[in-house]
Design a protein around this ligand. Structure first.
Ligand SMILES: [Zn+2]
Length: 187
């Protein structure tokens, strides 16, 4: 299988990918409570899987490399439920901005921010609005379930879209991490 994981590549391989004008996907996610049946890494794990699968699919058209998932997102609204780790807005925006800048300094020119957590959407758009007009790279941002739209919904039986810890996330986690899904916790 083609290696698309930035963290598993060596420096010279990443320099070569930059020279070949590879696209970089920077996934952003969260660590937050996902009900009694899913682990707190759900958005991070799914964000990684989606980015890797998309990268491998696109690779024959154009090389793609996936940066490590930014697991530390904006989850203030989930703090009371336990298990949740959040950044402040200011820190999150600085982290994402600095990572984008670092990727650009490595020579990459096309960056896709791929989000898998609802709480990051507004900040992601603000970061893009701030950086895109003057950035040396072309920056695009999307949230996977918004991007997939009806293509994703038609696979669901009980819900019309991706809801927090709902049918879609549970189904995808059953594929990615079956041992971590507590299937006794259904109603
Ligand atoms: Zn989620």
């Amino acid at each position: 299988m083609i290696e698309v994981d930035w963290a598993r590549l060596k420096a010279h391989e990443l320099r070569k990918l930059a020279n070949e004008n590879a696209v970089v996907i920077l996934p952003i996610a969260s660590i937050e409570q996902h009900g009694p049946h899913l682990p707190v890494m759900t958005d991070t794990r799914l964000g990684q899987e989606i980015a890797h699968r998309a990268a491998r699919k696109a690779y024959s058209t154009r090389a793609v490399v996936v940066a490590p998932v930014v697991w530390s997102g904006l989850s203030e609204h989930h703090m009371p439920f336990g298990g949740t780790l959040t950044l402040s807005h200011d820190t999150f925006r600085r982290v994402v901005r600095d990572l984008i800048e670092a990727i650009i300094r490595q020579g990459f020119k096309d960056i896709l921010i791929s989000n898998s957590h609802g709480g990051n959407i507004i900040a992601m758009q603000q970061i893009l609005d701030e950086l895109a007009p003057t950035s040396k790279a072309t920056l695009v941002a999307t949230t996977y379930d918004v991007e997939a739209g009806e293509d994703l919904s038609r696979h669901l039986e009980d819900q019309s879209g991706v809801l927090h810890a709902g049918e879609a996330e549970t189904s995808m986690m059953l594929v990615c991490e079956p041992d971590l899904v507590d299937t006794s916790k259904h109603n």
